[in-house]
Design a binder for this molecule. Structure first.
Ligand code: F6R
Length: 608
């Protein structure tokens, strides 16, 4: 959570900082601030509102002079979203300013130590100890003061630091929180992610844990955790700024929903040569696969829901026992993981703190870790044995759509690839799945065409107190994701239930007028789901159903039916989720919710 930016160059800094922060606002939007160094003086401007307010206050940055600065958009952890707690934080003598993403775990001890030495604190944050420590160690050498201060910190941190005595030097430090450097001829940039700087440069240096960088307009010097200068090859970004803009849509979420056919096509087609599936550069091979006794899928939120679909896929196609775990649970139990386990980590951002910790735990126990990640160069990608990128392009809306869909696509590819190696006797089944898989982008496109109908349905939905999603098998996995989409952006309480579980308690909540959304696309269990629909109807529920084309009998039971095209049952999730992404979007729109930035949420959860 939190987004940070920094700039040193020959032009005014504030404009870049504010634009960059606006692009990072999805990472947190409780408060924001910038600090700019002008003539040896640090000027800070903060707000407890959105970046827009910071822009208004500074006339889009024009009022803040200076060619070097840092900025921050906050997702509050330590202390309420107040002016005092907003970053940048400065040292007591205002010699240093710091922006921080992450958590300093030993900040209480450091704070007490500094207080005992007479340092006054103005905020409740963990971050404020950092500028104070740097000031304590400063004897005229900015670099060594930062290095000493950083050696005292425990926890996660991406830092941008200014010193009033060094008019063009920006120092950046990374440890377990994302930070990248943008390189250009006469300027240096730092940011939490590429979207903030892609309009200025496509040459990116991905910082690694323990790295410290010194940026001036003349160039960047990179140091390892021992202070040795190192060199690393920059990467070139292959997408442009349009990918991170709304391109005429009112919200990123709708843009990203509409991008799904293209994103899924990119994910799948880039791995297909003829009928072969080729994963370039991974070390997982037939030998390792044959020694795999169990698969453990670990993720959070929607990525976990994609993982649930993975369980059905792997167990059905590979006949390997597969577990799906929440990363936050996995990391704090005693999981049975060893060399015979393949751990599949799923994360759009590649920075989720719990998922990263789970990954490290799986590796420590000897498991081979393969990650499915969207953000190139992210912490999870770097820490894994193998990475399969989802190639969804930047996902800006907090609620994931194309991220989830492309995760599913990678899982399908992985399952077919592994089934060809492990289960040649089932090749007819596997090849049938492959044939359907390549048609997926076209079928998603078809589902998207039902947008006007779904919009109408959402209009009628209003603002119910609560509603239920039910489904069986893959339908159940999708109902979890559909329910999460609705609640996170529309704030309507909703629950997803395995339809067979309803009568074990939850059915007591079904009463006259309650909306039940029944996912009935898994054809083998269609009749069972129809019975569940009848049960809730008998108790007064109104039913919205989703079924595969041709199952028109469902219209006798449900007030509204959405049909999706027929496909392989293992691929259903990719089609079935789309109507409910659109449904959640319009329900939230009609309620007047902040769709791209729902309350209390942030795009990348880098704290546990
Ligand atoms: C929901 C959503 C979250 C994320 C979860 C994991 O729309 O986006 O539930 O799926 O926070 O994030 P990643 O995939 O970045 O690890």
């Amino acid at each position: 959570m939190c987004g940070i930016v920094g700039f040193t160059g020959k032009t005014q800094a504030a404009g870049f900082l504010l634009d960059g922060l606006e692009r990072l606002e999805y990472r947190g939007y409780d408060s924001a601030g910038i600090a700019v160094l002008d003539g040896g003086k640090l000027e800070t401007v903060k707000t407890t509102e959105r970046i827009k307010n910071l822009k208004d206050k500074t006339e889009n940055g024009k009022k803040v002079k200076g060619t070097i600065g840092i900025g921050h958009t906050r997702w509050a952890t330590h202390g309420a979203p107040s002016h005092e707690n907003a970053h940048p934080h400065t040292s007591q003598n205002r010699k240093f300013a710091v922006v921080h993403n992450g958590i300093i775990e030993n900040y209480i001890a450091l704070r007490e130590e500094l207080k005992a030495e007479g340092v006054d604190f103005v905020s409740e944050t963990d971050t404020e100890v950092i500028p104070q420590l740097i000031e304590k160690y400063y004897d005229g050498d900015f670099f060594s003061a930062v290095a000493k201060a950083v050696s005292r910190l425990e926890g996660s941190y991406a830092l941008g630091i200014l010193c009033a005595d060094c008019p063009d030097t920006l120092i950046a430090v990374k440890n377990f929180s994302p930070l990248i450097i943008g390189l250009s001829k006469d300027a240096g940039f730092i940011a939490s992610d590429v979207t903030a700087i892609v309009s200025h440069t496509k040459d990116i240096l991905y910082m690694e844990d323990g790295d410290m960088a010194v940026l001036t307009p003349e160039g960047v010097k990179l140091y390892d955790s021992k202070g040795n200068e190192i060199s690393r090859k920059p990467s070139v970004i292959n997408w442009d700024v349009a990918a991170a803009q709304k391109s005429g849509y009112d919200h990123f979420m709708m843009k990203e929903i509409m991008e799904q056919p293209g994103a899924v096509a990119r994910t799948i087609e880039s791995r297909i040569r003829g009928r072969e599936i080729v994963f370039d550069g991974i070390s997982l091979d037939g030998e390792k696969l044959k020694n795999t006794e169990r698969i453990e899928i670990v993720a959070c939120g929607s990525a976990y829901h994609a993982g649930m679909v993975g369980k059905y896929l792997f167990e059905e196609l590979l006949r390997i026992p597969t577990e799906v775990d929440y990363a936050s649970e996995f990391r704090y139990r005693n999981p049975i993981i060893n060399e015979g386990t393949l751990t599949v980590i799923i994360s759009q951002s590649g920075e989720t703190a719990d998922t990263l910790a789970a990954l490290r735990e799986a590796k420590r126990r000897g498991s081979h870790v393969l990650s499915i990640v969207n953000v190139v160069g992210s912490s999870i990608a770097n820490a894994s044995d193998d990475v399969l990128y989802t190639w969804a392009g930047p996902e800006i809306a907090v609620a994931t759509t194309k991220g989830y869909s492309t995760q599913l696509s990678v899982l399908y590819l992985l399952a077919v690839w592994a089934a060809r190696i492990l289960r040649p006797e089932q090749s007819a089944r596997t090849e049938k799945l492959f044939d359907e898989l390549v048609k997926l982008p076209e079928l998603i496109e078809k589902v998207i065409l039902s947008e006007p109908k779904i919009k109408e349905m959402a209009k009628r939905c209003g603002d119910p107190e609560s509603l239920f999603f039910i489904g069986r098998n893959v339908d159940y996995a999708v109902s979890l994701e559909a329910s999460l989409k609705l609640k996170e952006i529309s704030y309507i309480h909703s629950e997803a239930y395995a339809a067979g579980e309803l009568k074990h308690g939850t059915i007591s909540l079904i009463e006259e007028g309650r909306t039940v959304i029944a996912l009935a696309c898994y054809e083998e269990l269609f009749e069972k789901l129809l019975s569940n629909i009848k049960e809730v109807k008998a108790r007064g529920a109104q039913v919205i159903a989703c079924a595969v084309e041709g199952h028109t009998e469902i219209a006798k039971e449900a007030e509204n039916v959405i049909y999706i095209p027929k496909t392989d049952p293992l691929l259903l999730a990719s089609l079935e989720v789309i109507p409910f992404q659109i449904y959640a979007y319009y329900v939230a729109l009609y309620k007047g919710c902040d769709i791209d930035k729902p309350r209390n949420l942030a795009k990348s959860v880098t704290v546990e």
